[in-house]
Design a protein around this ligand. Structure first.
Ligand SMILES: NC(=O)c1ccc[n+]([C@@H]2O[C@H](COP(=O)([O-])OP(=O)(O)OC[C@H]3O[C@@H](n4cnc5c(N)ncnc54)[C@H](O)[C@@H]3O)[C@@H](O)[C@H]2O)c1
Ligand SMILES: [Zn+2]
Ligand SMILES: [Zn+2]
Length: 341
């Protein structure tokens, strides 16, 4: 069957691979219909993702159809349409035993640390499949991106009368915004890029955005928008160590800061005047949990999350290799590109 492999940075190729084995106990054989492309794939392509190894079949945002199930599987059956939770966990380590499957000590993300779904068929643990009877394959492929924002907001648990500042309006920031809005908290979005802020105002109905040049003017604007209190919850979705080091200064006293963006560089801040004086809570957010997938599917089914603004670009399996480099260009306005298998 056909597959696409990232042989090395900047080099995709069409390959033929053997059919997957028949599903064993607890497994399901699925047909991949749609694949979402995200920053992780772009990072892998550019050779900038530290956990990415080559050669690799990418693809972790998947809308799939169940073809067959192995012994003991009752949660899904042939014909079911599912979203895939692409975080493979060992079920044995201390994190897994306590239910923190998102940060398993032996974690592997499909398509990043092991081969993913850019192929026709694959075998997956059935417990990683989340069914919907209503969503399209395209919507199912979007669920994983939304899960990242869902988990980040869950970490900070904003209340309806609080202010949430989301820094960074890329796809991950947008997924955070979806869930911040659902809490009823007042959501403010900050970015360096006005095109991204315009998208948030026009397509996501967020009135208050702050264009920052990092010169301190943004703090004045935040102060005005929050009645001088600053943000109860700040979620940094930039992946910039500079922004992450600075983000504490946007927090209200007794506020919470979530780092959902990821950096390899050190993050540093003045402890006594900002962290200690304000008694801030600092939280990491990694991947997502199984209940996040079920919740998101229900929210889309109920019309509470509109997936239409999200999907901006499409390609078929054969066209993907030539289209992919164009999606790296910010001027093409890509939010989510979807590949049809
Ligand atoms: N927590 C997780 O499990 C998880 C999962 C996937 C991705 N991520 C991470 O989330 C981050 C964001 O991903 P993305 O795909 O949305 O990236 P992106 O590059 O598309 O978006 C980042 C946004 O931040 C803005 N930005 C950069 N520096 C800034 C600054 N100093 N101040 C204000 N805005 C700034 C950029 O203009 C851009 O709009 C990345 O670091 C990615 O690795 C985390
Ligand atoms: Zn992704
Ligand atoms: Zn584990």
């Amino acid at each position: 069957m056909k597959a696409i492999q990232l042989e090395k940075p900047q080099s995709f190729r069409r390959i033929e691979i053997t059919e997957p084995h028949q599903p064993g106990p607890g497994e399901a054989l699925v047909r991949v219909h749609r694949i979402g492309i995200c920053g992780t794939d772009y990072g892998g392509y550019l050779g900038r993702m530290p956990f990415f190894s080559y050669p690799r079949i990418p693809g972790h945002e998947l809308g799939v159809e169940v073809l067959a199930v192995g012994e003991g599987v009752t949660s899904v059956k042939p014909g079911d349409r599912c979203s895939v939770e692409p975080y493979l966990n060992c079920q044995q380590c201390y994190s897994c035993r306590r239910g923190h499957t998102n940060c398993c000590e032996n974690h592997q993300t499909l398509g990043v640390m092991c081969d993913g779904g850019m192929c026709e068929r694959m075998v997956l643990p059935a417990r990683k499949l989340h069914i919907s009877r209503k969503l399209t394959f395209e919507q199912l492929a979007l669920v994983e991106t939304l899960a990242i924002g869902c988990h980040a907001i869950h970490r900070a648990n904003p209340q309806p009368d609080e202010h949430v500042l989301v820094i960074g309006a890329g796809p991950i920031g947008l997924s955070v915004i979806e869930f911040a809005r659902l809490t009823g908290a007042k959501t403010i979005v900050m970015d360096l890029n006005d095109q991204r802020l315009a998208f948030v105002r026009e397509k996501m109905d967020v009135a208050d955005t702050i264009l920052t040049a990092g010169d301190g003017e943004e703090l004045k604007r935040l102060d005005q928008l929050t009645n001088g209190q600053l943000a109860d919850v700040v979620v940094d979705a930039t992946g910039s160590s500079k922004s992450m080091s600075h983000a504490l200064t946007y927090c209200a006293f007794a506020g919470r800061l979530v780092y959902v963006g990821i950096t390899q560089e050190p993050v540093s801040f003045a402890h006594a005047p900002t962290m200690h004086r304000r008694e801030l809570t600092l939280l990491a957010s990694r991947n997502a949990l199984a209940p996040d997938f079920a919740r998101i599917i229900k929210l889309i089914e109920d019309g509470r999350i509109d997936t239409r603004p999200w999907i901006t670009h499409h390609a078929d399996f054969d066209g993907m290799i030539s289209e992919f480099p164009t999606w790296l260009k910010p001027e093409t306005g890509v939010i989510k590109a979807i590949v049809t298998v």
